[in-house]
Write a protein that binds this ligand. Structure first.
Ligand SMILES: [Zn+2]
Length: 204
C-alpha cells in the first residue's frame, strides 16, 4: 500500500514559511507547478528531478506523475502543510509503539491517547506532547510538513542534497518519516478541476 513520505524539521518546534520550502523544492526541480495554493496548504506537481531527490532503497518502482482523470489523486505529487501554531502528528498504517524521549519506554496505548494529544509515560510519570515522542520514523510530527504523496513507505527517502538545501534555506536540520497521506480538504483539493482537466486532456 502506498502512503506518504514526510520531511519535517528535526526539532518539531522549528518552523518556516511554506514559500521558503517551496523555493528549495522548485530550485532542485523536485516540484513542478502549483495545483492548489491556500493559506498553510499548497499542492504541487512533481518536478523534472523528482526521482533524483526522492530515492528508493530497493529497485525503483514505476512511479506515475500524472493523473489518469480529474478524480485521480493516486499519482506522485507534493503537498506542503503549515506553518501551524502547534505541532501536528500524522500517523500511518505501520506506526509502531512510540518511545518515551526520556526513558525509551514504549507507549502501548498511544492510539487512544493520541486524540487528546497528551501522552503519559508510566515509567517516568511524566506527560509529553504527542509530537515529543520518538515515533521511529513511522509517524510525521511538526509545525511544517512537506509531504511526498503516493510513494512506498520505508523505501522512499530524501536525497542528502535535498535535506542539505532545506537546512541551508531554513538554518535548521530536517528529518523524514512515513505516514498516511494527509488530504487536508479532499473536496476542495482539486477545486480547480477545469485546470486539471485541461492538463489531463493535453496528456491524452
Ligand atoms: Zn518515560
Amino acid at each position: 500500500m502506498q502512503g506518504s513520505l514526510y520531511l519535517t524539521p528535526q526539532n518539531v518546534q522549528d518552523t518556516c514559511d511554506l514559500g521558503v520550502a517551496h523555493r528549495v523544492l522548485d530550485t532542485l526541480g523536485v516540484s513542478g507547478g502549483v495545483i492548489v495554493d491556500n493559506l498553510s496548504y499548497r499542492v504541487l506537481w512533481a518536478g523534472p528531478n523528482f526521482s533524483r531527490h526522492i530515492v528508493y532503497a530497493g529497485c525503483s518502482p514505476h512511479l506515475r506523475f500524472e493523473p489518469t482523470d480529474a478524480e485521480d489523486m493516486a499519482f506522485c505529487h507534493i503537498a506542503l502543510h503549515g506553518p501551524f501554531e502547534e505541532c501536528v502528528v500524522q500517523v500511518g498504517e505501520n506506526t509502531v509503539k512510540p518511545r518515551c524521549p526520556q526513558c525509551r519506554s514504549r507507549f502501548v496505548d498511544w492510539a487512544d491517547a493520541l486524540d487528546s494529544g497528551v501522552m503519559f509515560c508510566r515509567s517516568c510519570r511524566v506527560e509529553f506532547a504527542a509530537c515529543e515522542l520518538d515515533w521511529r520514523q513511522q509517524a510525521a510530527a511538526g509545525r511544517v510538513l512537506l509531504e511526498i504523496r503516493n510513494v512506498f513507505p520505508s523505501e522512499a527517502s530524501p536525497s542528502d542534497m535535498l535535506l542539505g538545501q532545506l537546512y541551508e534555506a531554513t538554518q535548521f536540520v530536517w528529518t523524514y518519516a512515513w505516514a498516511n497521506t494527509w488530504m487536508r480538504n479532499p473536496l476542495n483539493d482539486w477545486v480547480d478541476r477545469g485546470k486539471l482537466k485541461q492538463r489531463v486532456d493535453k496528456l491524452l
